[in-house]
Design a binder for this molecule. Sequence first.
Ligand SMILES: NC(=O)c1ccc[n+]([C@@H]2O[C@H](COP(=O)([O-])OP(=O)(O)OC[C@H]3O[C@@H](n4cnc5c(N)ncnc54)[C@H](OP(=O)(O)O)[C@@H]3O)[C@@H](O)[C@H]2O)c1
Length: 443
Amino acid sequence: MSTEPGVEKVLVTGASGYIATHIVQQLQQAGYKVRGTVRSLTNPKKVGPLISKLRQPGNIGQMAIHLLSMSVYLSVCPHAEVLVTGASGYIATHIVQQLQQAGYKVRGTVRSLTNPKKVGPLKELCPNAAHELELVEADLTNEACWKDAVQGCSHVIHTASPFPDKSPKDENIVIKPAVEGTTNVLQACVDVGGVKRVVLTSSVAAISDLTETNTEPITEETWRNMNSPMEDAYGKSKALAEKAAWDFVEKLPAESKFELAVINPSMVLGPVICGVPGTSVEVIRRILERDPPAIPKLNFPVCDVRDVAKAHVVAMTHPDAPGHRHIVSPHNMWFREMADVLREEFRDKGYKPPSMMAPPLLLKMVSWFDSTVKYILPLQGHKTTLSNHRLTEVLGIKPYEPKESLIDMAYTCIDKGFIVRKKQYVNPKTQQTQTTEGASASP
Ligand SMILES: NC(=O)c1ccc[n+]([C@@H]2O[C@H](COP(=O)([O-])OP(=O)(O)OC[C@H]3O[C@@H](n4cnc5c(N)ncnc54)[C@H](OP(=O)(O)O)[C@@H]3O)[C@@H](O)[C@H]2O)c1
Protein backbone atom coordinates (compact mmCIF):
# COMPACT_ATOMS: atom_id res chain seq x y z
CA MET A 1 0.00 0.00 0.00
CA SER A 2 1.11 3.54 -0.55
CA THR A 3 -0.47 6.91 0.25
CA GLU A 4 -2.63 8.54 -2.40
CA PRO A 5 -1.08 11.77 -3.66
CA GLY A 6 -2.91 14.76 -2.19
CA VAL A 7 -4.29 12.83 0.79
CA GLU A 8 -2.46 14.14 3.82
CA LYS A 9 -4.53 13.45 6.86
CA VAL A 10 -7.47 11.10 7.33
CA LEU A 11 -10.17 11.50 9.95
CA VAL A 12 -11.49 8.24 11.40
CA THR A 13 -14.58 8.69 13.55
CA GLY A 14 -15.15 6.31 16.47
CA ALA A 15 -11.47 5.42 16.29
CA SER A 16 -11.50 3.10 19.31
CA GLY A 17 -14.05 0.71 17.77
CA TYR A 18 -13.46 -2.89 16.61
CA ILE A 19 -13.30 -2.11 12.90
CA ALA A 20 -11.94 1.42 13.24
CA THR A 21 -8.80 0.32 15.12
CA HIS A 22 -7.90 -1.87 12.13
CA ILE A 23 -8.64 0.97 9.72
CA VAL A 24 -6.43 3.28 11.78
CA GLN A 25 -3.66 0.70 11.90
CA GLN A 26 -3.74 0.07 8.16
CA LEU A 27 -3.81 3.77 7.36
CA GLN A 28 -0.83 4.36 9.61
CA GLN A 29 1.06 1.42 8.18
CA ALA A 30 0.47 2.91 4.75
CA GLY A 31 2.04 6.15 5.93
CA TYR A 32 -1.06 8.33 6.31
CA LYS A 33 -1.39 10.89 9.07
CA VAL A 34 -4.47 9.87 11.01
CA ARG A 35 -6.81 11.85 13.22
CA GLY A 36 -9.19 9.75 15.34
CA THR A 37 -12.23 10.76 17.31
CA VAL A 38 -13.05 9.27 20.71
CA ARG A 39 -15.80 10.18 23.14
CA SER A 40 -13.42 10.50 26.07
CA LEU A 41 -9.68 10.65 26.33
CA THR A 42 -9.74 9.46 29.91
CA ASN A 43 -10.89 5.89 29.31
CA PRO A 44 -7.61 3.93 29.31
CA LYS A 45 -9.23 0.72 28.10
CA LYS A 46 -10.34 2.44 24.90
CA VAL A 47 -7.58 4.97 24.36
CA GLY A 48 -4.58 2.89 25.53
CA PRO A 49 -4.68 0.18 22.83
CA LEU A 50 -5.51 2.79 20.22
CA ILE A 51 -2.47 4.81 21.08
CA SER A 52 -0.20 1.78 21.06
CA LYS A 53 -1.65 0.81 17.64
CA LEU A 54 -0.93 4.28 16.39
CA ARG A 55 2.62 3.93 17.61
CA GLN A 56 3.49 0.82 15.64
CA PRO A 57 6.53 0.94 13.36
CA GLY A 58 5.85 3.10 10.37
CA ASN A 59 3.74 5.51 12.36
CA ILE A 60 5.41 8.83 12.05
CA GLY A 61 4.08 12.31 12.42
CA GLN A 62 1.46 13.81 14.55
CA MET A 63 -1.71 12.22 15.84
CA ALA A 64 -4.58 14.38 16.87
CA ILE A 65 -7.69 13.40 18.72
CA HIS A 66 -10.94 15.31 18.83
CA LEU A 67 -12.70 15.16 22.13
CA LEU A 68 -16.18 15.28 20.70
CA SER A 69 -18.01 14.92 23.99
CA MET A 70 -16.37 18.10 25.26
CA SER A 71 -16.34 19.94 21.94
CA VAL A 72 -12.73 20.66 22.63
CA TYR A 73 -9.78 20.13 20.36
CA LEU A 74 -6.72 18.50 21.80
CA SER A 75 -3.62 18.03 19.80
CA VAL A 76 -1.66 15.02 20.94
CA CYS A 77 1.85 14.87 19.67
CA PRO A 78 3.57 11.59 20.47
CA HIS A 79 6.90 13.35 20.55
CA ALA A 80 5.76 16.25 22.74
CA GLU A 81 7.24 15.90 26.18
CA VAL A 82 5.44 17.39 29.14
CA LEU A 83 7.12 18.22 32.43
CA VAL A 84 4.87 17.90 35.49
CA THR A 85 6.45 19.39 38.63
CA GLY A 86 5.56 17.86 41.99
CA ALA A 87 4.40 14.73 40.15
CA SER A 88 3.71 12.66 43.25
CA GLY A 89 1.12 15.09 44.63
CA TYR A 90 -2.64 14.53 44.92
CA ILE A 91 -3.54 16.63 41.86
CA ALA A 92 -0.38 15.94 39.86
CA THR A 93 -0.83 12.15 39.88
CA HIS A 94 -4.18 12.65 38.10
CA ILE A 95 -2.56 15.04 35.63
CA VAL A 96 0.23 12.55 34.89
CA GLN A 97 -2.31 9.76 34.46
CA GLN A 98 -4.50 11.76 32.06
CA LEU A 99 -1.48 12.90 30.05
CA GLN A 100 -0.21 9.34 29.72
CA GLN A 101 -3.65 8.10 28.75
CA ALA A 102 -3.72 10.74 26.03
CA GLY A 103 -0.38 9.50 24.68
CA TYR A 104 2.01 12.17 25.88
CA LYS A 105 5.54 11.52 26.97
CA VAL A 106 5.67 12.68 30.56
CA ARG A 107 8.56 13.63 32.80
CA GLY A 108 7.74 14.25 36.43
CA THR A 109 9.75 15.89 39.16
CA VAL A 110 9.83 14.54 42.71
CA ARG A 111 11.87 15.71 45.64
CA SER A 112 13.37 12.28 46.21
CA LEU A 113 13.52 9.28 43.93
CA THR A 114 14.19 7.04 46.90
CA ASN A 115 10.82 7.42 48.60
CA PRO A 116 8.90 4.29 47.52
CA LYS A 117 5.60 5.50 49.00
CA LYS A 118 5.63 8.51 46.68
CA VAL A 119 7.38 7.08 43.63
CA GLY A 120 5.83 3.57 43.60
CA PRO A 121 2.22 4.57 42.78
CA LEU A 122 3.45 6.95 40.07
CA LYS A 123 4.89 4.07 38.08
CA GLU A 124 1.51 2.31 38.04
CA LEU A 125 -0.71 5.17 36.94
CA CYS A 126 -1.08 4.08 33.34
CA PRO A 127 -0.07 0.45 32.67
CA ASN A 128 -0.82 0.77 28.93
CA ALA A 129 1.16 3.98 28.48
CA ALA A 130 2.96 4.27 25.18
CA HIS A 131 5.84 5.97 26.98
CA GLU A 132 7.17 5.08 30.39
CA LEU A 133 6.99 7.89 32.91
CA GLU A 134 10.38 9.51 33.46
CA LEU A 135 11.13 10.84 36.93
CA VAL A 136 13.80 13.33 37.93
CA GLU A 137 14.66 14.93 41.26
CA ALA A 138 14.05 18.65 41.70
CA ASP A 139 13.41 20.96 44.64
CA LEU A 140 11.70 24.32 44.24
CA THR A 141 14.37 26.05 46.29
CA ASN A 142 17.25 24.68 44.20
CA GLU A 143 17.46 26.95 41.16
CA ALA A 144 20.21 24.88 39.54
CA CYS A 145 18.18 21.66 39.14
CA TRP A 146 15.41 23.04 36.93
CA LYS A 147 17.29 23.38 33.62
CA ASP A 148 17.87 19.62 33.46
CA ALA A 149 14.26 18.99 34.41
CA VAL A 150 12.88 21.26 31.66
CA GLN A 151 15.37 20.21 28.95
CA GLY A 152 13.57 18.76 25.91
CA CYS A 153 10.04 19.59 27.10
CA SER A 154 7.63 21.56 24.96
CA HIS A 155 5.05 22.01 27.74
CA VAL A 156 5.36 22.43 31.49
CA ILE A 157 2.63 21.91 34.09
CA HIS A 158 3.84 23.46 37.32
CA THR A 159 1.89 22.09 40.28
CA ALA A 160 4.63 21.84 42.94
CA SER A 161 4.09 24.20 45.85
CA PRO A 162 4.01 23.79 49.62
CA PHE A 163 0.48 22.90 50.78
CA PRO A 164 0.60 22.76 54.60
CA ASP A 165 -2.46 21.88 56.73
CA LYS A 166 -1.83 24.89 58.99
CA SER A 167 0.01 28.18 58.75
CA PRO A 168 3.58 28.08 60.06
CA LYS A 169 4.69 30.82 62.48
CA ASP A 170 7.04 32.15 59.82
CA GLU A 171 4.94 32.57 56.67
CA ASN A 172 8.06 32.64 54.50
CA ILE A 173 8.48 28.91 55.03
CA VAL A 174 5.56 28.58 52.61
CA ILE A 175 5.79 31.78 50.58
CA LYS A 176 9.48 31.63 49.66
CA PRO A 177 9.52 28.18 47.98
CA ALA A 178 6.18 28.91 46.27
CA VAL A 179 7.31 32.19 44.72
CA GLU A 180 10.99 31.44 44.14
CA GLY A 181 10.15 27.94 42.94
CA THR A 182 7.76 29.34 40.33
CA THR A 183 10.30 31.83 39.00
CA ASN A 184 13.02 29.13 39.05
CA VAL A 185 10.87 26.90 36.84
CA LEU A 186 9.97 29.77 34.48
CA GLN A 187 13.59 30.95 34.25
CA ALA A 188 14.65 27.41 33.34
CA CYS A 189 12.07 27.48 30.51
CA VAL A 190 13.77 30.64 29.18
CA ASP A 191 17.31 29.32 29.64
CA VAL A 192 16.65 25.97 28.00
CA GLY A 193 14.32 27.24 25.25
CA GLY A 194 11.77 25.20 23.31
CA VAL A 195 8.94 25.48 25.86
CA LYS A 196 5.72 26.58 24.15
CA ARG A 197 3.36 26.84 27.09
CA VAL A 198 3.38 26.65 30.87
CA VAL A 199 0.24 25.75 32.83
CA LEU A 200 0.49 26.90 36.42
CA THR A 201 -1.56 25.45 39.29
CA SER A 202 -2.70 28.40 41.33
CA SER A 203 -5.77 28.39 43.57
CA VAL A 204 -9.00 30.24 44.28
CA ALA A 205 -6.99 31.46 47.29
CA ALA A 206 -5.21 33.73 44.80
CA ILE A 207 -8.62 35.15 43.88
CA SER A 208 -10.44 35.45 47.22
CA ASP A 209 -9.81 34.77 50.91
CA LEU A 210 -13.36 33.34 51.04
CA THR A 211 -14.35 35.48 54.02
CA GLU A 212 -17.34 37.13 52.29
CA THR A 213 -20.80 36.01 51.30
CA ASN A 214 -21.15 37.37 47.77
CA THR A 215 -24.23 37.88 45.64
CA GLU A 216 -22.58 37.57 42.20
CA PRO A 217 -20.06 34.75 41.60
CA ILE A 218 -16.45 35.99 41.78
CA THR A 219 -14.64 35.91 38.43
CA GLU A 220 -11.04 35.56 37.29
CA GLU A 221 -10.75 39.38 37.27
CA THR A 222 -10.48 39.40 41.07
CA TRP A 223 -7.30 39.14 43.13
CA ARG A 224 -6.97 38.19 46.78
CA ASN A 225 -6.97 41.02 49.30
CA MET A 226 -3.45 40.82 50.69
CA ASN A 227 -4.59 42.56 53.90
CA SER A 228 -7.05 39.77 54.60
CA PRO A 229 -7.88 39.01 58.25
CA MET A 230 -6.99 35.40 57.48
CA GLU A 231 -3.64 34.35 58.91
CA ASP A 232 -3.10 32.26 55.85
CA ALA A 233 0.46 31.91 54.59
CA TYR A 234 -0.71 29.39 52.00
CA GLY A 235 -3.31 31.75 50.49
CA LYS A 236 -0.72 34.51 50.27
CA SER A 237 1.82 32.14 48.74
CA LYS A 238 -0.60 31.22 45.96
CA ALA A 239 -1.46 34.85 45.14
CA LEU A 240 2.19 35.94 45.21
CA ALA A 241 3.42 32.97 43.15
CA GLU A 242 0.73 33.49 40.52
CA LYS A 243 1.43 37.23 40.31
CA ALA A 244 5.14 36.50 39.99
CA ALA A 245 4.39 34.16 37.07
CA TRP A 246 2.26 36.69 35.18
CA ASP A 247 4.88 39.42 35.76
CA PHE A 248 7.69 37.13 34.66
CA VAL A 249 5.99 36.21 31.38
CA GLU A 250 4.93 39.80 30.65
CA LYS A 251 8.49 41.04 30.96
CA LEU A 252 10.00 38.40 28.68
CA PRO A 253 11.66 39.72 25.54
CA ALA A 254 9.97 38.63 22.30
CA GLU A 255 12.65 36.05 21.47
CA SER A 256 12.17 34.20 24.80
CA LYS A 257 8.37 34.40 25.02
CA PHE A 258 6.25 31.39 25.91
CA GLU A 259 2.58 31.19 26.82
CA LEU A 260 1.12 30.98 30.32
CA ALA A 261 -2.27 29.61 31.36
CA VAL A 262 -3.36 29.36 34.99
CA ILE A 263 -5.74 26.95 36.74
CA ASN A 264 -7.37 28.13 40.00
CA PRO A 265 -9.03 25.22 41.80
CA SER A 266 -11.02 25.48 45.03
CA MET A 267 -11.01 22.73 47.68
CA VAL A 268 -10.24 19.58 45.75
CA LEU A 269 -12.16 16.36 46.40
CA GLY A 270 -12.22 13.07 44.52
CA PRO A 271 -10.21 9.84 44.38
CA VAL A 272 -6.71 9.78 45.83
CA ILE A 273 -4.30 7.86 43.60
CA CYS A 274 -1.05 9.16 45.10
CA GLY A 275 0.84 7.26 47.75
CA VAL A 276 0.71 9.59 50.74
CA PRO A 277 -2.18 11.50 52.33
CA GLY A 278 -1.74 15.24 51.71
CA THR A 279 -3.58 18.18 53.22
CA SER A 280 -6.69 17.54 51.08
CA VAL A 281 -7.35 14.26 52.88
CA GLU A 282 -7.49 16.00 56.28
CA VAL A 283 -11.04 17.40 56.00
CA ILE A 284 -12.62 14.13 55.00
CA ARG A 285 -10.53 12.18 57.55
CA ARG A 286 -11.69 14.50 60.32
CA ILE A 287 -15.35 14.07 59.38
CA LEU A 288 -15.17 10.28 59.16
CA GLU A 289 -13.13 9.97 62.35
CA ARG A 290 -15.34 12.47 64.27
CA ASP A 291 -12.43 14.82 64.92
CA PRO A 292 -14.01 17.07 66.25
CA PRO A 293 -17.37 15.47 67.16
CA ALA A 294 -19.31 18.64 66.21
CA ILE A 295 -19.56 20.46 62.89
CA PRO A 296 -18.46 24.08 62.42
CA LYS A 297 -20.67 26.32 60.27
CA LEU A 298 -18.30 26.38 57.32
CA ASN A 299 -18.92 26.45 53.61
CA PHE A 300 -16.33 25.46 51.01
CA PRO A 301 -16.24 26.02 47.27
CA VAL A 302 -15.32 22.55 45.98
CA CYS A 303 -14.26 20.73 42.82
CA ASP A 304 -13.22 17.26 41.70
CA VAL A 305 -9.58 16.31 41.21
CA ARG A 306 -10.39 14.66 37.86
CA ASP A 307 -11.84 17.95 36.58
CA VAL A 308 -8.84 19.88 37.90
CA ALA A 309 -6.47 17.51 36.10
CA LYS A 310 -8.52 17.69 32.92
CA ALA A 311 -8.50 21.49 33.08
CA HIS A 312 -4.68 21.39 33.13
CA VAL A 313 -4.47 18.95 30.23
CA VAL A 314 -6.97 20.86 28.09
CA ALA A 315 -5.42 24.25 28.94
CA MET A 316 -2.07 22.91 27.79
CA THR A 317 -3.15 22.92 24.15
CA HIS A 318 -6.42 24.87 23.96
CA PRO A 319 -5.97 27.93 21.73
CA ASP A 320 -7.96 30.21 24.05
CA ALA A 321 -6.29 29.21 27.31
CA PRO A 322 -3.05 31.26 27.22
CA GLY A 323 -3.17 34.59 29.01
CA HIS A 324 -6.10 33.46 31.16
CA ARG A 325 -6.89 32.23 34.64
CA HIS A 326 -9.44 29.42 34.92
CA ILE A 327 -11.45 28.98 38.10
CA VAL A 328 -12.32 25.34 38.82
CA SER A 329 -14.98 25.52 41.50
CA PRO A 330 -18.33 24.32 40.24
CA HIS A 331 -19.98 23.63 43.62
CA ASN A 332 -20.24 24.85 47.21
CA MET A 333 -20.79 22.53 50.16
CA TRP A 334 -21.49 23.21 53.82
CA PHE A 335 -19.48 21.07 56.18
CA ARG A 336 -22.78 19.69 57.44
CA GLU A 337 -23.74 18.59 53.91
CA MET A 338 -20.41 16.78 53.60
CA ALA A 339 -21.01 15.00 56.90
CA ASP A 340 -24.55 14.05 55.76
CA VAL A 341 -23.31 12.55 52.48
CA LEU A 342 -20.60 10.59 54.27
CA ARG A 343 -22.97 9.43 57.03
CA GLU A 344 -25.47 8.12 54.50
CA GLU A 345 -22.79 6.19 52.57
CA PHE A 346 -20.61 4.97 55.44
CA ARG A 347 -22.96 4.53 58.42
CA ASP A 348 -23.37 0.79 57.76
CA LYS A 349 -19.60 0.51 57.34
CA GLY A 350 -18.85 1.56 60.91
CA TYR A 351 -18.39 5.33 60.54
CA LYS A 352 -20.35 7.96 62.44
CA PRO A 353 -19.77 11.42 60.93
CA PRO A 354 -21.02 14.06 63.39
CA SER A 355 -24.45 15.64 63.00
CA MET A 356 -24.32 18.17 65.86
CA MET A 357 -23.37 21.76 64.99
CA ALA A 358 -20.48 23.38 66.92
CA PRO A 359 -21.59 26.66 68.56
CA PRO A 360 -19.42 29.60 67.37
CA LEU A 361 -18.39 30.37 70.96
CA LEU A 362 -17.06 26.83 71.46
CA LEU A 363 -15.10 27.13 68.23
CA LYS A 364 -13.57 30.40 69.44
CA MET A 365 -12.48 28.74 72.69
CA VAL A 366 -10.97 25.77 70.85
CA SER A 367 -9.09 28.19 68.58
CA TRP A 368 -7.07 29.45 71.58
CA PHE A 369 -5.07 26.22 71.60
CA ASP A 370 -5.73 24.71 68.15
CA SER A 371 -4.17 26.76 65.34
CA THR A 372 -6.12 24.85 62.65
CA VAL A 373 -9.35 26.08 64.24
CA LYS A 374 -7.99 29.60 64.64
CA TYR A 375 -7.35 29.63 60.91
CA ILE A 376 -10.96 28.85 60.01
CA LEU A 377 -12.66 31.34 62.38
CA PRO A 378 -12.99 34.19 59.81
CA LEU A 379 -14.62 31.77 57.36
CA GLN A 380 -17.50 30.87 59.70
CA GLY A 381 -20.95 31.35 58.20
CA HIS A 382 -19.72 32.69 54.83
CA LYS A 383 -20.50 31.20 51.46
CA THR A 384 -18.30 32.43 48.61
CA THR A 385 -19.30 31.36 45.12
CA LEU A 386 -17.10 31.55 42.04
CA SER A 387 -17.76 31.73 38.32
CA ASN A 388 -17.02 28.61 36.28
CA HIS A 389 -17.65 30.16 32.90
CA ARG A 390 -14.14 29.47 31.58
CA LEU A 391 -14.11 25.91 32.94
CA THR A 392 -17.35 24.87 31.29
CA GLU A 393 -17.65 27.18 28.27
CA VAL A 394 -14.02 27.59 27.18
CA LEU A 395 -12.30 24.42 28.38
CA GLY A 396 -15.53 22.48 27.79
CA ILE A 397 -15.43 20.46 30.99
CA LYS A 398 -18.61 19.01 32.50
CA PRO A 399 -17.89 18.85 36.22
CA TYR A 400 -18.41 15.88 38.52
CA GLU A 401 -21.16 16.09 41.14
CA PRO A 402 -19.73 16.84 44.59
CA LYS A 403 -21.45 13.88 46.23
CA GLU A 404 -19.64 11.51 43.87
CA SER A 405 -16.32 13.30 44.48
CA LEU A 406 -16.71 13.04 48.23
CA ILE A 407 -17.68 9.38 48.25
CA ASP A 408 -14.96 8.37 45.77
CA MET A 409 -12.41 10.23 47.86
CA ALA A 410 -13.50 8.54 51.08
CA TYR A 411 -13.34 5.03 49.61
CA THR A 412 -9.86 5.54 48.15
CA CYS A 413 -8.61 7.06 51.42
CA ILE A 414 -9.93 4.14 53.49
CA ASP A 415 -8.63 1.56 50.99
CA LYS A 416 -5.19 3.16 51.10
CA GLY A 417 -5.24 3.26 54.91
CA PHE A 418 -5.20 7.08 55.11
CA ILE A 419 -8.39 6.86 57.19
CA VAL A 420 -8.90 4.21 59.88
CA ARG A 421 -10.69 1.13 58.51
CA LYS A 422 -13.58 -0.08 60.60
CA LYS A 423 -14.36 -3.77 61.07
CA GLN A 424 -17.59 -3.50 59.10
CA TYR A 425 -15.91 -1.66 56.21
CA VAL A 426 -16.38 -3.03 52.76
CA ASN A 427 -15.85 -1.20 49.50
CA PRO A 428 -18.81 -2.21 47.30
CA LYS A 429 -16.80 -1.63 44.12
CA THR A 430 -13.78 -3.74 45.05
CA GLN A 431 -15.32 -5.76 47.91
CA GLN A 432 -12.19 -4.76 49.85
CA THR A 433 -12.54 -5.58 53.55
CA GLN A 434 -10.32 -5.67 56.59
CA THR A 435 -10.70 -7.94 59.56
CA THR A 436 -8.87 -5.84 62.15
CA GLU A 437 -9.97 -2.32 62.94
CA GLY A 438 -7.56 0.52 63.21
CA ALA A 439 -5.15 -0.01 60.34
CA SER A 440 -3.90 3.37 59.28
CA ALA A 441 -1.03 4.04 56.91
CA SER A 442 1.58 6.45 58.12
CA PRO A 443 2.52 9.17 55.64
N1 LIG B 1 -5.71 20.21 46.98
C1 LIG B 1 -6.37 21.36 46.95
O1 LIG B 1 -7.45 21.49 47.55
C2 LIG B 1 -5.80 22.50 46.15
C3 LIG B 1 -6.64 23.57 45.82
C4 LIG B 1 -6.15 24.61 45.07
C5 LIG B 1 -4.85 24.59 44.63
N2 LIG B 1 -4.03 23.55 44.94
C6 LIG B 1 -2.66 23.58 44.45
O2 LIG B 1 -2.42 22.40 43.70
C7 LIG B 1 -1.05 22.07 43.74
C8 LIG B 1 -0.90 20.63 44.15
O3 LIG B 1 -1.51 20.47 45.43
P1 LIG B 1 -1.96 19.04 45.97
O4 LIG B 1 -3.30 19.18 46.56
O5 LIG B 1 -1.74 18.01 44.95
O6 LIG B 1 -0.95 18.89 47.19
P2 LIG B 1 0.19 17.84 47.48
O7 LIG B 1 -0.32 16.47 47.31
O8 LIG B 1 0.76 18.23 48.79
O9 LIG B 1 1.24 18.14 46.33
C9 LIG B 1 2.15 19.19 46.41
C10 LIG B 1 3.35 18.82 45.59
O10 LIG B 1 4.30 19.88 45.66
C11 LIG B 1 5.56 19.34 45.97
N3 LIG B 1 6.40 20.27 46.71
C12 LIG B 1 6.11 20.95 47.84
N4 LIG B 1 7.17 21.67 48.22
C13 LIG B 1 8.16 21.41 47.31
C14 LIG B 1 9.50 21.84 47.16
N5 LIG B 1 10.09 22.69 48.03
N6 LIG B 1 10.19 21.39 46.08
C15 LIG B 1 9.66 20.54 45.21
N7 LIG B 1 8.39 20.08 45.30
C16 LIG B 1 7.65 20.52 46.34
C17 LIG B 1 5.26 18.13 46.82
O11 LIG B 1 6.36 17.27 46.81
P3 LIG B 1 6.59 16.20 47.98
O12 LIG B 1 5.71 15.06 47.64
O13 LIG B 1 8.03 15.89 47.90
O14 LIG B 1 6.18 16.86 49.25
C18 LIG B 1 4.03 17.56 46.12
O15 LIG B 1 4.43 16.75 45.05
C19 LIG B 1 -0.40 23.06 44.70
O16 LIG B 1 0.16 24.10 43.93
C20 LIG B 1 -1.58 23.57 45.50
O17 LIG B 1 -1.35 24.86 45.99
C21 LIG B 1 -4.48 22.50 45.70
